[in-house]
Unconditional design. Structure first.
Length: 41
């Protein structure tokens, strides 16, 4: 049972890390888009 919990926790940690990386990429894309918009205004 402990091993199953440990594997589940590791999977959740991996998913959170992946989601964080994806979120940071989206934030970076939004920043770039805002920079481009400011240049054109």
């Amino acid at each position: 049972m402990y091993r199953a919990d440990s594997e589940k926790n590791e999977k959740n940690r991996t998913e959170r890390t992946s989601m964080r990386a994806e979120t940071l990429n989206i934030v970076d894309e939004i920043r770039q888009a805002i920079t481009l918009l400011r240049r054109h205004l």
